[in-house]
Write a protein that binds this ligand. Structure first.
Ligand code: NAD
Length: 291
C-alpha cells in the first residue's frame, strides 16, 4: 500500500518532529492536537528547526518552504478521514491513547494504517482497541526526530506482514534506519535506557552525587554525549516516569521501581525542558542544576 497522506495525533515535541521529517520527505501531513496552542507552538518549532537545517546547508530553502506548505493543522479528528496512515503521538498515558484510538477508527478509511509512537505501552493491547489490529504497528521514533536515525518497528501479535513492510519502507523513505523489536514493555532502547536514567535519579536521591557531578561522570566516564539527568529533562520527566511504571508493572520486577524523587518532580509539574524546569532550570541563558 502506498502511503501518501499522513495524519499525526499529538503535536508535542515528537509529533512536531515526525511532521517535520514526513513533510520534508514529500508527504502531505495533518497535525492534530486537542490544544490549539500546541499546534501553534509546533508550527513555530518546525519552522525554526527547518531554518536551522537550511543554515547548515542540509536542506534547501525551497525544500523548507514546500515542506511547510505540506503541513496543515487541526483540532478536529475528522480532518484525518483521508489519511493513508495516522501516527498516534499523544501523551504517554494509556487511557488517553485508548480514547484517541476509539475516536479515530470510525473516522478513517477502511484500509488506512495506524501506527503508535508509544515509548512503552503494549502494541498488542493498543491494537486490540481498534477495528484493525492487523493494520496497527508500533513506530517508535527517537528524540529529536529530525536528527536521530533510529526507528524501532514493533509488531503486535496481530500485525500483518504487509503492514510491517509498508511501514518499513516508509521509515527508509523518511531517511531512518528501522530496527525490529518484539512487543515487550518499553521495547529495546527504553528497556535499557530508562532504567539507567532512573538509577541516575536514585544516585541523586541518595546523595551519591549532585546533578552536575552525576552528568559529568556519565559524560566523561562513560563517554555519553549527554548526562542521564540532562537527557531525562530532554525526554520529559513525565514520559520517563510513565515508561518506568510500564516496565515495573509489565515485567513485575522490583528492579524497575520508579525513583520517588522522579515521582516528586512529576507531581510538582517539573517535567524538564518543556516546562523550563526539571533537574535543571532553563529560565536563564544557561541551564542551571537545581540540586
Ligand atoms: P508532549 O507532552 O510533548 O506532547 C504530547 C501532545 O499530545 C501534547 O501536545 C498534548 O496536547 C497532546 N494530546 C494529549 N491528549 C490528546 C488527545 N486526546 N488528542 C490529541 N492530542 C492530545 O509528549 P512527546 O514527548 O511528544 O511524546 C508523545 C509520544 O511520543 C508519547 O507516546 C511518548 O512516549 C513518545 N515518545 C517520546 C519520546 C521523547 O523523548 N519525549 C521519544 C520517543 C517516543
Amino acid at each position: 500500500m502506498a502511503i501518501e497522506k499522513i495524519g499525526i495525533v499529538g503535536a508535542g515535541q515528537m509529533g512536531s518532529g515526525i511532521a517535520h521529517v514526513a513533510a520534508l520527505a514529500g508527504h502531505d501531513v495533518i497535525l492534530q492536537d486537542v490544544r490549539k496552542e500546541a499546534l501553534e507552538k509546533s508550527l513555530a518549532l518546525i519552522d525554526r528547526n527547518l531554518s536551522r537545517q537550511v543554515a547548515k546547508g542540509a536542506v534547501a530553502e525551497a525544500a523548507k518552504q514546500s515542506a511547510i506548505a505540506r503541513i496543515s493543522t487541526a483540532t478536529d479528528m475528522k480532518t484525518l478521514a483521508d489519511c493513508d496512515l495516522v501516527i498516534e503521538s499523544a501523551t504517554e498515558n494509556e487511557a488517553i491513547k485508548r480514547e484517541i484510538l476509539k475516536a479515530l477508527c470510525p473516522v478513517l478509511k477502511a484500509d488506512a494504517l495506524i501506527a503508535t509512537n508509544t515509548s512503552s505501552i503494549s502494541i498488542t493491547r493498543l491494537a486490540a482497541i481498534t477495528d484493525r489490529p492487523g493494520k496497527f504497528i508500533g513506530m517508535h521514533f527517537m528524540n529529536p526526530v529530525p536528527l536521530m536515525e533510529l526507528v524501532e518497528l514493533i509488531r503486535g501479535l496481530a500485525t500483518e506482514e504487509a503492514t510491517y513492510q509498508t511501514i518499513h519502507a516508509l521509515a527508509l523513505k523518511l531517511g531512518k534506519k528501522p530496527a525490529a523489536a518484539e512487543d515487550f514493555p518499553a521495547f529495546i532502547v527504553n528497556r535499557i535506557l530508562l532504567p539507567m536514567i532512573n538509577e541516575a535519579v536514585y544516585t541523586l536521591y541518595e546523595g551519591v552525587g549532585n546533578v552536575e557531578s552525576i552528568d559529568t561522570a556519565m559524560r566523561l566516564g562513560a563517554n555519553h554525549p549527554m548526562g542521564p539527568l540532562e537527557l531525562a529533562d530532554f525526554i520529559g520527566l513525565d514520559t520517563c516516569l510513565a515508561v518506568m511504571q510500564v516496565l515495573y508493572e509489565g515485567l513485575a520486577d522490583s528492579k524497575y521501581r520508579p525513583c520517588p524523587l522522579l515521582v516528586k518532580y512529576v507531581e510538582a509539574g517539573w517535567l524538564g525542558r518543556k516546562t523550563k524546569r526539571g533537574f535543571y532550570d532553563y529560565s536563564g541563558e544557561k541551564p542551571r542544576p537545581t540540586r
